[in-house]
Design a binder for this molecule. Structure first.
Ligand code: WTA
Length: 635
């Protein structure tokens, strides 16, 4: 029996039990059977929860890119590793084989070394979603440099903050990038950010848009001439299991972004294992995750997880709305995509548009569809399940975090029965628990609490770069001996988990704890509503009252607003109870969102409270202009 692939529900429960009872044996076997090592480990793991110290596969020696690329060359040299689908549908897609991927990564590795990048140096990568983003990232891992990919939608100030925090030596960027009908001048953003940085020695620039750029003498180089001269083979560096692989920044609820540090072997083993099982990947499948490599989803499930399994993974440069709202479905059809993984925010945006966009395409290649990043509301779940998955593809609602490195709670397709809005069961090796305010573990089912994990897993972040104390304080203080996720969850009568959202989004109204997600679900069921967000604001009698921001569909825009407010509250009253009715409902044309699609509730809360004094940094928002509109329309 292979431990690597879960076959049915009985097998899942057996594996799960084994992973809890004998975690060493469980992970030892998975690591042993499925990877290429220079040297095996002395011990599977070691940890100290109080000090937040975690080590996996101690003293093993490995290189993750040998496992992503080299070891596939014999059997899969001519297989497509990456399909690059450009922003412009008229530009030809590229099919990059494992052999070509090897050569490209080798050339990049040689160039980085020639430029003086050494093991342990930090390299900041600020590129659009083009194949070079994959090459550069993998080349860092190959030579042992620590990559820190920054999403190319971030501003110059966000970029310089990240470069300075990790003291990067090099930036890899491009002249520009295409997004829908826009061209973004990335190089000039880098130039601006570097005015505030003094650790960068070299800027390597990829030519993507043929834009005119300023090249600073002695610092900036075009990469192509260097690649042209470089050898197309490279001996991978021998890395220790716990050598850092990458830093990825994630925003905290307060303070500056946290540079989550992931290390090599544990991350490799866990992302490979979860990719295989959560997407039911089979040898000739084409897999597409629409995230950006600048987020953890892209790191783990566009690059590492798929390549570790010798998969074909799609890199998409564009956006779902360009040239029109059928782009996703067109690309699925074009490349015969078998597994499709996207975010609820994209689903909701597409569900708002005409059904014709999706119904034009049979989408019969699809086998599994996935969701990640935020709770998927019931309406979006059904739309996705019915119109994209055709009610025949399991919808995997995957819960995890930048900090967890890989998927933690998710159905396994064709194994775990799905239930709308439920991430369902923990993957083997993951031990979630729900905690109450008194820091007690809540036993049994049909309960809600703060979601923690009580036992380490291989791909957990090891620290916050340069600030281990903050790592301890953020994740290991609230519930001693446990990793605190910051999320709340509900466990239903059969033990399925539903993530209810950040714990800080819970609003106490007249002594009742109300989660925003179920109320938003109720509102979103109104036929005229496209999307909504709820926040609390102070109320003399109830303590807190609820304020709703509602985006209407086109059909709702001509309706009487007071009638709509009554109908919305009636729906909430029917579904949750009169206690959850909203005191105020403001109709808006958009909600402030981060570039990863999360609603910035902090801003909505301030507006609802009538505090317009300081919204903090809104430069990282996708749509900062919406803040003014919402402020002006405050009730
Ligand atoms: C939320 C993204 C509900 C959650 C991989 C978590 C989810 C945060 C889900 C991490 C899901 C992610 N259902 N909520 N399936 N997936 N979240 O670091 O609040 O960008 O803590 O990682 O997103 O976001 P991050």
């Amino acid at each position: 029996m292979s431990y690597y692939k879960i076959k049915d529900l009985e097998n899942y429960f057996k594996m799960y039990k084994k992973s809890v009872r004998e975690p060493r044996k469980f992970w030892d076997r998975i690591a042993d059977e499925n990877f290429t090592w220079y040297q095996k480990w002395d011990k599977v793991f070691d940890f100290d929860m109080e000090k937040a110290e975690f080590k996996w596969f101690l003293n093993a020696k490995v290189n993750i890119t040998k496992n992503c690329i080299d070891r596939h060359l014999n059997k899969r040299g001519y297989k497509t590793a990456i399909i690059f689908e450009p922003n412009n549908p008229n530009e030809e897609a590229q099919h990059i084989t494992y052999e070509e991927l090897y050569k490209n990564v080798a050339k990049w590795s040689n160039v980085l070394e020639e430029q003086g990048v050494k093991k342990g140096d930090r390299v900041c990568i600020y590129l659009p979603m083009i194949p070079e983003l994959a090459y550069a990232t993998l080349a860092c891992a190959r030579i042992g440099a620590i990559h820190s990919v920054v999403f190319a939608g971030f501003s110059a100030s966000a970029l310089s903050a990240r470069i300075n925090d990790c003291e990067a030596k090099m930036v890899i960027t491009s002249d520009g990038g295409y997004r829908g009908n826009k061209t973004i001048d990335l190089k000039s953003i880098v130039d601006e950010s570097l005015e505030k940085c003094n650790t960068i020695e070299t800027v390597l620039t990829v030519n993507r848009t043929n834009s005119s750029v300023t090249m600073k003498e002695g610092r900036d180089l075009w990469v192509q001439p260097l690649l042209d001269k470089a050898q197309d083979n490279h001996v991978a560096a021998i890395m220790d299991a716990e050598d850092p692989l990458f830093i990825l920044y994630t925003s905290g609820s307060t303070g500056k972004p946290k540079g989550m540090l992931h290390t090599t072997a544990g991350y490799m083993v866990y992302t490979a294992y979860t990719f295989k099982n959560v997407f039911n990947y089979e040898e000739n499948d084409v897999y597409w995750c629409t995230a950006d490599i600048g987020w953890i989803t892209g790191h783990s499930y566009i690059l590492y997880g798929p390549l570790l399994n010798g998969a074909t993974t799609v890199i998409f440069e564009g956006v779902p709305s360009y040239p029109d709202f059928s782009r996703f479905w067109e690309v699925i059809e074009k490349h015969k995509v078998n597994q499709f993984y996207t975010a609820p925010t994209a689903i909701r945006a597409l569900a708002k548009e005409s059904l014709d966009y999706v119904q034009k395409f049979p989408l019969s290649s699809l086998k599994v569809i996935g969701s990640v990043g935020e709770p998927i509301n019931e309406e979006a779940w059904h739309w996705y399940n019915d119109h994209v998955g055709g009610k025949r593809c399991p919808l995997v609602d995957t819960w995890w975090q930048t900090e967890t490195g890989g998927i933690m709670i998710s159905p396994i397709p064709f194994v775990t029965p799905t239930k709308p809005t439920y991430a369902s069961l923990p993957l083997p090796g993951i031990q979630p628990v729900l905690m109450d305010e008194l820091r007690n573990e809540i036993e049994g089912n049909q309960v809600t609490g703060a979601l923690c994990v009580k036992f380490p897993w291989p791909s957990m972040a090891r620290t916050i770069w340069g600030d281990h104390q903050r790592y301890i304080d953020t994740y290991f203080k609230a519930f001693p001996g446990k990793y605190f996720t910051g999320d709340g969850a509900l466990r239903d009568e059969v033990g399925y988990y539903r993530i209810t959202g950040r714990v800080d989004d819970v609003i106490i109204v007249s002594g009742h704890n109300l989660g925003t997600a179920p109320i938003e679900d109720a509102i979103n069921e109104h036929p005229a509503v496209a999307e909504s967000a709820i926040v609390g604001f102070p109320h003399d009698i109830k303590g807190n009252a609820l304020y709703g921001y509602v985006i209407l569909k086109e059909t709702g825009e001509s309706r009487n607003q007071d009638n709509l407010r009554k109908e919305i509250n009636q729906l909430i009253s029917d579904q949750i109870g009169p206690i959850a009715k909203l005191d105020k409902i403001q109709f808006v044309s958009g909600l402030p969102k981060t570039r990863s699609g999360k609603i910035m509730r902090r801003i909505l809360r301030k507006i609802a409270e009538g505090d317009f004094s300081n919204f903090g940094d809104i430069s990282t928002l996708l749509n900062p202009e919406i803040v003014e509109e919402i402020k002006d329309g405050k009730l």
